[in-house]
Design a protein around this ligand. Structure first.
Ligand code: ASP
Ligand code: MG
Length: 416
């Protein structure tokens, strides 16, 4: 029996008209014999509204422990509304359907509130039987219940993770993530109009793309899909049922026969660079520095250390988000007198541009092609970082678009 999991994000259920359109898509698939669980997000903008309402009610003083459990109660309500509305719209089309909230399907979470993780969900809720019996289950995404029985949410974008978790547990044949784009692209089409929709992309590549700012899927959902080998497809919810709508498959590397050396070019402008000049060059200094950063919750990305000209001195450069850089500067200023460094410079006029591809593992010359393409546009490279399937450079933020375009062309990704 083919079980399918379908997920519709906020823009796909933005108003009643869109919800009725989603009902058309689901109804067509249900009539074709698929056994369906649909996961829905809150109507677009709704979660943001609920977040600011909670903040307003809590005021400045409430600590996390007093805040986030009730925050979850508030923000989880957006998905409850959509699940009921979609179930009603399906019934209007003569399709048997009911809504399922996190607590009803026993979607158990751990690790607290605000960004809880899914632990398991219990089968004895009757969800699987309902689906197999031909009733569409309309599941409120993003929500579950904590160990002590309170409402918990999975972090922003968490409905993707709900969808993948449900698909894994139901052993569904597909997990179709319907969204406002028709697939995953080689780069941001707003920058490169002739960017290509990828037919397939590996979990690993998708993880890099998601964490680097291609916001199609919540990173955690991709990790979960990879661990459970859930075949995920990203496709458009704006197409009519029956339209050609192939989307992009996110699958394991082995299922991709023709591996591109580079499959995507991503960028992130929310970067800052911190330079520490004249650190003492002796064991333990990096450990001390990054312990300070960790304690402040600064998420460090690229790190480069090099010997300085002065005897026994080194310079350290690292990057993080602009918001984290403010925190970092604050603590570092406090520790200036302890020999940790002589001078500090913080700039956020930088951007990170990366090329990603599993084919890189077995191909030489990727770095050369990348650096040469940037050189031909006269773009200076500030910091370089690499992993098995990614090369990232930090450049002047003014050149972000130019760099993305040049790399997209250099790696033959333009649609011709
Ligand atoms: N509604 C939640 C959010 O906006 C969860 C989701 O849509 O995935 O983050
Ligand atoms: Mg989303």
């Amino acid at each position: 029996m083919a079980r399918s999991v379908l997920k519709f994000g906020g823009t796909s259920v933005a108003d009643l008209e869109r919800i009725l359109h989603v009902a058309d898509i689901v109804a067509a698939r249900a009539r074709a014999g698929e056994k369906i669980a649909v996961i829905v997000s809150a109507m677009s903008g709704e979660t943001n509204k609920l977040v600011s309402l909670s903040r307003g009610a809590a005021g400045e003083d409430l600590q996390d422990g007093d805040f986030s459990d009730e925050y979850d109660v508030v923000v989880a309500s957006g998905e409850q509304v959509t699940s009921g509305l979609l179930a009603l719209s399906l019934r209007r089309r003569g399709v048997r359907a009911r809504s399922w909230l996190g607590w009803q399907m026993k979607m158990m979470t751990r690790e607290g509130h605000g960004s809880a993780r899914i632990d398991r969900f219990d089968y004895d809720s009757g969800l699987a039987e309902a689906i197999d019996g031909g009733e569409v289950a309309v599941i409120a995404g993003f929500q579950g219940i904590s160990e002590n029985g309170r409402v918990a949410t999975l972090g922003r974008g968490g409905s993707d993770t709900t969808a993948v978790a449900v698909a894994a547990a139901l052993k569904a044949d597909c997990c179709d993530i319907y969204t406002d784009v028709d697939g995953v692209y080689t780069t941001d089409p707003r920058i490169v109009p002739n960017a290509k929709r990828l037919e397939k992309v590996s979990y690993e590549e998708m993880l890099e793309m998601a964490s680097l700012g291609a916001k199609v899927l919540q990173t955690r959902s991709v990790e979960l899909a990879m661990n459970h080998k859930v075949p995920v497809r990203v496709l458009s919810s704006f197409a009519a049922p029956g339209d050609d709508n192939p989307g992009t498959w996110v699958c394991s590397e082995e299922e991709i026969v023709e591996k591109q050396v580079v499959n995507g070019v991503t960028y992130s402008r929310d970067e800052a660079k911190i330079t520490l000049l004249g650190m003492e060059d002796k064991p333990g200094m990096s450990a001390r520095l990054f312990a300070l950063m960790a304690r402040e919750g600064v998420n460090v990305d690229m790190i480069v250390q090099a010997n300085a000209r002065g005897e026994g001195r080194a310079n350290m450069v690292f990057t993080c988000t602009s918001a984290d850089a403010m925190k970092a500067r604050g603590v570092l200023e406090k520790h200036r007198d302890e020999g940790l460094y002589e001078d500090i410079d913080v700039t956020s006029d930088v951007a990170k541009v990366s090329v990603i591809g599993v084919g890189m593992k077995s191909h030489a010359g990727v770095a050369e092609t990348m650096f040469d393409a940037l050189f031909k546009k006269n773009i200076n490279i500030d910091v370089i970082a690499t992993s098995e399937i990614k090369i990232s450079v930090l450049i002047d933020a003014d050149y972000t678009e130019l760099a993305v375009r040049a790399l997209h062309t250099a790696f033959d990704l333009d649609v011709t």
